[in-house]
Design a protein around this ligand. Structure first.
Ligand code: NAD
Length: 438
């Protein structure tokens, strides 16, 4: 079987590589020529555990190819995935420019009957729009080829993307005929040997499932953040409360960790987009709107604690920041709460020294020389008036607090992920602030 994946980012590259690893011949296509050049030379543009060796092995075995040309890349492919970015428009709706331009390009160049699968997160109706664009191009060049559309939203998590792709908890596939369902089932068969389900459904349901999933996860985060903020006011500890409610099987304990607000390339934009979709259809998603509002508040919680501690006088104060990516095990800093905090500290005249195990290069592209990039986690704390832990990389979990105490100008820790023990830090003479820990 031969397939093509258009869009070679966090989703497309993992998708293409995992399919290649299952024995399929895959061409990963991207209009970023530099990215494709690098990939052909073995330079992997993103940090994702396990990905590099898998790409190299499948590239070496000639099952994985890279191209910056859609016509060349989709030649002889039975299935073509679209996995390009769908960022937010200024009004919150999903920007479909990339999806529709990829679709148009497919229509311009396809020569055989194919299945076109939208894997990007897109609002209901996008498959229909893509179908129309493709058909227009076929009609224009009077090409006698047919195609089917499918929707196959992706649920992988950055940092665990390969595991999630190869052993998904479920696969959602929206189709409008049996034949397309069969082709998709054949492709995905090896990924559900664990007996996890493939849910076949209509295309509109598949499209909305992805937004509903992300909105639900964002809701849990905003919910526990609000309870944590209340705990702060009442002198209770959110960690106890979290366990107390999470052990109820109707609630469950996953995704109930308070923090500095959700970020990343998906939740913020997908929450906005589902709100917009509902609004355009004459309905207001009041719960989800509140989730977004709570998150806007939460993004400022650590900054507000810092500002209050230093009596709003942050000019020339030095802050050591641990963690820049929006979560551990990725170099993705899109909508990262850490970057948000850093921008606020800089606006207030503070000096920032930062360290992240994987996201330093991405941060340099974004912040340039506005901050100091430390050579390791401890160096980021030399001479610091306070430390803020913003991303819970495992190497930050059990640091040497004696070294930290010796390096810092003052022993003050803002723990944005509640990974440290307040009692232990107090014993060691630190001033400690968590989120919702009284
Ligand atoms: P990304 O920005 O990392 O990658 C998108 C890639 O598409 C880029 O390399 C870009 O150059 C390329 N591209 C854009 N337009 C193109 C075109 N017309 N032709 C060829 N290439 C084109 O994005 P991502 O994080 O991989 O996300 C892709 C989609 O998957 C989005 O809709 C996102 O919401 C969804 N998604 C992302 C994740 C995640 O964790 N990142 C998880 C699930 C779903």
């Amino acid at each position: 079987m031969k397939i093509a994946v258009i869009g070679t980012g966090y989703v497309g590259l993992v998708t293409g590589t995992c399919f290649a690893d299952s024995g399929v011949t895959v061409t990963c296509i991207d209009n970023d020529k530099e990215k494709i050049r690098q990939l052909k030379n073995g330079v992997i543009p993103i940090y994702e555990p396990g990905l590099e060796s898998m790409i190299k092995s499948n590239f070496g075995k000639k099952r994985l190819f890279f191209s910056s040309d859609i016509a060349e890349g989709i030649k002889d492919a039975e299935i073509v995935f679209i996995a390009v970015g769908t960022p937010s428009e200024s009004d919150g709706s999903a920007d479909l420019t990339n999806v529709l331009s990829a679709a148009r390009e497919i229509g311009r160049s396809m020569t055989d009957d194919i299945v076109i699968v939208i894997k990007s997160t897109v609002p209901v109706g996008t498959s229909k729009k893509a179908r129309k664009v493709i058909q227009e191009e076929l009609d224009r060049r009077k090409a006698d080829v047919s195609f089917d559309m499918a929707s196959n939203p992706e649920f992988l998590k950055e940092g665990a993307a390969i595991e999630d792709f190869q052993r998904p908890e479920r696969i959602v596939i929206g189709v409008d005929n049996e034949k397309t369902g069969k082709i998709m089932k054949k492709l995905y068969m090896t990924f559900v040997l664990n007996n996890h389900p493939i849910y076949f459904m209509d295309i509109a349901s598949a499209e909305i499932t992805k937004y509903a999933a992300n909105a639900m996860l964002a809701t849990r985060i905003s919910f526990i953040n609000e309870i944590a903020n209340l705990c702060d006011l009442l002198g209770a500890d959110i960690n106890n409360v979290r366990k107390g409610i999470g052990s109820d099987s109707r609630i469950g304990n996953k995704f109930l960790y308070p923090g500095p607000g959700y970020g990343g390339s998906c939740f913020p934009k997908d929450v906005k987009a589902i709100i917009k979709t509902a609004h355009e259809n004459g309905y207001e998603l009041n719960v989800i709107k509140a989730v977004e509002k709570a998150n806007e508040y939460q993004k400022n919680v650590i900054f507000n604690k810092i500002s209050a501690f230093f009596n709003n006088k942050l000019k020339d104060r030095v802050f050591g920041i641990w963690g820049l990516s929006f979560k551990p095990r990725t170099n993705d800093i899109r909508e990262s709460p850490s970057i948000y905090l850093i921008e606020k500290l800089l606006e207030n005249g503070a000096v920032v020294k930062a360290y992240d195990p994987a996201a330093m290069a991405e941060t340099k592209k974004r912040l340039g020389n506005r901050i100091i990039y430390a050579s390791d986690q401890y160096e980021a704390l030399r001479g610091a008036d306070a430390m803020a832990l913003m991303t819970e990389w495992s190497e930050f979990r059990l640091p040497n607090f004696n070294t930290i105490a010796n390096l810092m100008n003052a022993k003050v820790i803002f723990d944005g992920r509640n990974i440290y023990d307040p009692a232990e830090l107090k014993k060691r003479g630190f001033v400690y602030f968590g989120i919702g820990r009284g």
